[in-house]
Design a protein around this ligand. Structure first.
Ligand SMILES: [Zn+2]
Length: 66
């Protein structure tokens, strides 16, 4: 089974998102793609969230339209 990182909804509390992301609340910011919460600031910042990165890296085996 593959584990796809979950997008963190922007309505999520920053403190809770920080716990999920393993960073501090002041490092939490919006993903450049999906506007979900990601570790946007700091030395290990990711402008694009883990969910978007995973979606990009994954082979396009999804046959569903849309
Ligand atoms: Zn994203």
């Amino acid at each position: 089974m593959e584990e796809m990182p979950r997008r963190i909804d922007p309505s999520t509390d920053r403190a809770a998102a920080a716990v999920l992301l393993g960073c501090t609340p002041n490092q939490v910011g919006y993903c450049a793609r999906c506007q979900g919460l990601t570790r946007r600031y700091g030395p290990t910042a990711q402008v694009v969230c883990a969910a978007c990165r995973a979606a990009e890296a994954a082979p396009s085996a999804d046959g569903s339209a849309g």
